[in-house]
Design a protein around this ligand. Sequence first.
Ligand code: ACM
Ligand code: ZN
Length: 273
Amino acid sequence: MAYAGKLGVTVIPELDLPGHMLAAMASYPWLGCTGGPYDVWTKWGVSDQVLCVGKESTFEFLFNVLDELCELFPSEYIHIGGDECPKKEWANCPVCQAKIAELGLKDGDGATKEQRLQNYVTKRVQDYLEAKGRKIIGWDEILEGDLAEGATVMSWRGTKGGIQAAGMGFDVIMSPTDYCYLDYKQGENDRESFVGAGYARSKFYDAENLYNYEPLDGFDAGATSHITGVQANMWTEYIRNDKELHYMLLPRLQALSEVQWCEPAGKDYGRFT
Ligand code: ACM
Ligand code: ZN
């Protein structure tokens, strides 16, 4: 962290919650609604098994992990995930349902009571981190239901989440899949095996596609000041070694730099190549 700091780089950790938590749940089965046993997720996709957020012991765990993260990472921002959290287990869990009743959460106005239960989780974690002088970033799912002031929204399911969030006064980081996901293949002949199954197979998003992404597009002029930056994601489920990792990162990461730092009029893909 100190070395990164010397280079002017701030590393922001992500603790993805309350979904994508199976590794923790495999070690501490009491974190889940059913009590497990749970297996570490070893394939592509999203598990229905998520943290049981009706229990105080889950928050105690999260706050302990966040304490350790904050010690390790001096960044002003901590990413708390929030994406891809199926609500199936919460709907069937007496403890989560009791918490919903206690909080008086209801379905309506475009959100279910289980989505509102996630808002409660986001807000508790946000309050905890703000008391430590930190700010939260979350994937655009955190916008579903009600989101408290002060959160930064990372738009990944296209650009609409970012545009909506900025219109509501939230800061945003743009990371739309169709441009910024470096786990998609970048050459038509890339081996399927290392970019994985599912959607990654049928498409490729090359450096030119990313280079031509213009983050300001679609935003009202008054809202563009809420765009704090752009992020690309290199998820490594199907990356087997450093060589493959570097192949996937470059030159797309360099293209991202120009997206981030060049005025639109200063961009020229010919000059870039
Ligand atoms: C994400 O790719 N699930 C944020
Ligand atoms: Zn539960």
